[in-house]
Design a binder for this molecule. Structure first.
Ligand SMILES: NC(=O)C1=CN([C@@H]2O[C@H](COP(=O)(O)OP(=O)(O)OC[C@H]3O[C@@H](n4cnc5c(N)ncnc54)[C@H](O)[C@@H]3O)[C@@H](O)[C@H]2O)C=CC1
Ligand SMILES: O=C(O)[C@@H]1CCC=N1
Length: 277
């Protein structure tokens, strides 16, 4: 069997940590992982936490790799790619970008052109093995490289390919940004329950367990969410009143509006960042 690939992360922030943490839990080896970022203090804390190799030199980091995962903010991506381009043009690893709204063609041009490139939109629950990621491969990506990319992201949750790159905007607004929508719901429920007199820690635990339980049920049930919702709503009972209140307040429209705002921002970022090339 061929040796496991060396995977280098450029960027050591929230998402790199979430992906590395999930990968190690699912059996990837720390010895096969490199991470680079400018801040040495930050890198040392990642090294202590995960036991991976670290360096402040992006080029050196990229040079080690069969797979380079670009995990920096979209706004610094152009500089990072141009800096490592001479190295990766020579070693030709599989490039993976997790940046929101940055198109494969734009990244490829910054990297000098012609490299196999997978764009992934992951999310932070990857840290606990419950990630949800959409993946898109450019034409240079081989079947084996597709499998490698899929093995990384399916090791930390659900990983689904999209055929059309444009669909990544819709994925970003759904599962990329989505954890924050549910955290907002948790915040609001906790505030409402504490205002009604429940101790804050009790309110938080009950709200979190309820969200996790509802998600698990939705995942396992043969019924759709609308039916599961109706099953909780006893006629004339408490839930019916609460749901009516959500509907009267326009929650559905508000969710649609927020979702479209995220989609539009992703498209806008793609235009802005393509203009930087
Ligand atoms: N946070 C999230 O929920 C998600 C983020 N993303 C994408 O992931 C990417 C990273 O986001 P976060 O981890 O949240 O950001 P972050 O700000 O937590 O991490 C960025 C990392 O890049 C490093 N960095 C900055 N300049 C650098 C350079 N020149 N060379 C190497 N490293 C450099 C920073 O030191 C930091 O470690 C972004 O492109 C974002 O669009 C994608 C899905 C979800
Ligand atoms: O907010 C953002 O732009 C990134 C992409 C998806 C989640 N966080």
């Amino acid at each position: 069997m061929s040796k496991s690939p060396t995977i280098s992360f450029i960027g050591a922030g929230n998402m790199a940590s979430a992906i590395i943490g999930g990968m190690l839990d699912s059996g990837f080896r720390a010895a096969d992982i490199w991470v680079s970022a400018p801040d040495d203090d930050h890198l040392q804390s990642i090294r202590k936490r995960f036991g991976v190799s670290v360096t402040t030199e992006n080029r050196y980091c990229a040079q080690q790799a069969d797979v380079v995962i670009l995990a920096v903010k979209p706004q610094v991506m152009a500089d990072v790619c141009r800096d490592i381009a001479p190295v990766v043009q020579n070693t030709r690893p599989l490039m993976i970008s997790i940046a929101a709204g940055l198109e494969a063609a734009t990244l490829d041009s910054w990297l000098g052109g012609g490299l196999p490139l997978v764009r992934v939109m992951p999310n932070t629950p990857s840290l606990v093995g419950k990630g949800a990621a959409g993946l898109f491969a450019n034409k240079q990506v081989t079947e084996q490289q597709r499998q490698t990319a899929e093995s990384v992201f399916s090791s930390i949750g659900t990983a689904l390919w999209v055929a059309d790159e444009d669909q990544l905007h819709a994925v970003t607004a759904l599962s990329g940004s989505g954890p924050a929508y549910f955290f907002l719901m948790l915040e609001a429920l906790e505030e409402a329950a504490t205002a009604a007199g429940i101790e804050a820690s009790t309110a938080r635990q009950l709200a979190i367990q309820t969200m996790a339980g509802a998600a698990e049920m939705a995942a396992r049930s043969e019924h759709d969410p609308a039916q599961l919702k109706r099953n909780v709503m006893s006629p004339g009972g408490t839930t019916e009143r609460a749901i009516q209140s959500f509907e009267d307040g326009g929650l559905r429209q508000l969710v649609g509006k927020a979702y479209r705002a995220a989609c539009e921002r992703s498209e806008e970022m793609a235009r802005e960042l393509a203009g930087k090339s």
